[in-house]
Structures are given as C-alpha cells and as structure tokens.
Design a protein around this ligand. Sequence first.
Ligand code: NAI
Ligand code: MG
Length: 362
Amino acid sequence: MTNTLLILPGDGIGPEVMAEVTRIIDWFGARRGLRFDVTEDLVGGAAYDVHGVPLADATMAKAQEVDAVLLGAVGGPKYDALDFSVKPERGLLRLRKEMDLFANLRPAQCFDALADFSSLKREVVAGLDIMIVRELTSGVYFGEPRGIFEENGERVGINTQRYTESEIDRVARAAFELARKRGNKVCSMEKANVMESGILWREVVQKVHDESYADVELSHMYADAGGMQLCRWPKQFDVIVTDNLFGDLLSDVAAMLTGSLGMLPSASLGAPMANGRPKALYEPVHGSAPDIAGQGKANPCACVLSFAMALRYSFDQGDEATRLERAVEKVLADGVRTADLMQAEGAKPVTTTGMGDAILAA
Ligand code: NAI
Ligand code: MG
C-alpha cells in the first residue's frame, strides 16, 4: 500500500516546525525504507494570500483522498482584521468539518526530563501517559438553537448541548479501540447527574462496551470530579472519552500537567476510508506563535510527535512511531533545549533546526 501524506505548513512558526518534520520523513524513507508520497499545499493566511480563501477547494479535495494530513499552524496578526468568513482558522475548521473528524486524540505524556516543568509534584506526573479522546464534531459548539435573542425586554444567549446515539457510539468505539492498544482502560466523563445528554452518553457508552468491548475496563465519572482527579492523581487514567465541551477543558488541563505547549501533539480521526485507514488530520496543539515566528526559536517537537501519531494511527507503524518518540525522549534527556524549555540546569540551547538535527542524530 502506498503512504500518502498532505503537508500544510500554514502560518507563523508552522513552516519552521514543519521543515524539521519533512527532514524526518525523508530520514524514514532513506533509513527505514518507509516511503511517503508527499504533497505540500497552503492553508490559513498563506492560502488566503494566494487564493483569497483560507483553504482552496482543490486542497480540500486532496485532503479527502490522502491517508493523512499534517498541519503546522494557522493565523497571525496580519489576518486579524479579515472578515470572519475568510479568517485563517476557518481553513482548519473546514478541514475538520468536511473530513468529519469526530475523534480528537490529545495525549498527555510526561517526558521524564521535563517532569520538573509541571506545576504538580514530579512523582505525580513523571511517566504519565494518558490519552484524552474528545468528541469534536457535535455537542454544545454546534447544537441548535443557538444565538443571542431578545426575550422579555432583555437579551438571552443560547447554546444547545445535543448528542445523537450514533455520535456517542462512534466516539466510544474509537476510545475502546485505542484502549485495546494501550492500557485497556476507558473512563467516560459527562454530567449525567444534571444533563440529559449526559444520561444518554453514559447509557450508550455502557452499551457499546457491553456489546463489543467487554474485555476493556470501563468506568464513568462526572466531568467535574474528573477534572479534580486529573490534578490529584492523573496516572489512574489510561483513555478518557468525553464530549466536545468537557474535552476542550479537560484536554487543556491534562496538557498542562506535562509542561510546554511546544511538546504537545494531537490527532483528529474520522471514519475509515476504502483502504481501511481512518480519515486523519495531525497537528501540534500550539498556534502560529507570531511572537517568535521567523526567529528560529520554535520548538518542533509538538509537530514531530504529531507525525509520530500519524505513523501509529494512519500508517500502522507503531514501532517506528515509538522509535521517533524515543529519539525525542533521548534528546530531552541529553539536555537539548529550545528556548521554551530553557530553565533546566546545564541545558544545551538549540534553535528549531538544532532540535531537528538532534532528533535525527538520536
Ligand atoms: P500560540 O500557541 O501560537 O502561542 C502561545 C505562546 O506559546 C506564545 O508565547 C508562543 O511563542 C508559545 N509557543 C507556541 N508554540 C510554541 C513552540 N512550538 N515553541 C515555542 N514556543 C511556542 O497561541 P496564541 O498566541 O494564542 O495564538 C497565536 C495565533 O495562532 C493566533 O492567530 C491564533 O488564532 C492562532 N492559533 C492557531 C491554532 C492552530 O493553528 N491550531 C491554535 C491556537 C492558536
Ligand atoms: Mg481549548
């Protein structure tokens, strides 16, 4: 099977971090016989500058047919005054929506060398490796009715939490499948105590478990208690599955347990394509970082680790993914640090390219 990849570097530090990933992709071809058919294209402000839209139709069509899309970041002050309909972020939203990427995977993994970065005690976070699966295409960010309306002489702001059984079913399956490849444990989080959508969520997740994934350990937790438990003893979790809103909050909390924005990858997965691989978009959690763009200061690790997720989840190359993650781990253990990771004693300061060099050498 060929491995097709669409690379969308985007704006700001996007192209800088993606350049390092491109060298790593070439390394896998030359040294591991793992070849990728790579197409590069524009997204965000970069696409707007050329096409007048943040994602051209031809790019969207290409994204639908490749095995995986790898995106850098979009946005920047240059585009802040643009009309909402052509803002850079809309390019990313269009990709997520039209590819129907319903499962957002946000790992919270703590590299030992960075454990002292956490606001929590080293023993609480060292060795942490959990995965939050956030439902990404439904829930309160999309539900109707929504808007700001007049009612009894004052304004009322309305958003609606709405989930169908099939929407819950498919994200639950994604979480159970992942758990089988990890620690075989899923904790589902909602607010079934105060929300009907939460009652349905809990019922459907339990049903999917009992019918198809009885071998996986399942627990349920109210999302607010889940937030507390994440801060108290995060290692009790393996996979957490939750809705769009709670997932947005909980994944940001979990991310910060482990330190820098420059280290955090993500994947967004949809339904399987004809070749069995899921529709997939991989991107670092961080944005375009206009404050450091063009200065060689960006940490490419988040983007590199996003590519490692692509190796694992799109190309069925778990061992090669681990190889790449180990290389990042070794580099950090050796004290190699981009500016965002600089407080370590005896750190070896490097630029974006220097970090890429070190990862390749490792
Ligand atoms: P940001 O993530 O771009 O930056 C936040 C802070 O973290 C900045 O101080 C930045 O220098 C630092 N930082 C981020 N990534 C880093 C890296 N790889 N290495 C070292 N330092 C790093 O978020 P911000 O400033 O709120 O947004 C900037 C622009 O990015 C805005 O236009 C925003 O809309 C866009 N954005 C895009 C996202 C995406 O493409 N998925 C996500 C978040 C924001
Ligand atoms: Mg968020």
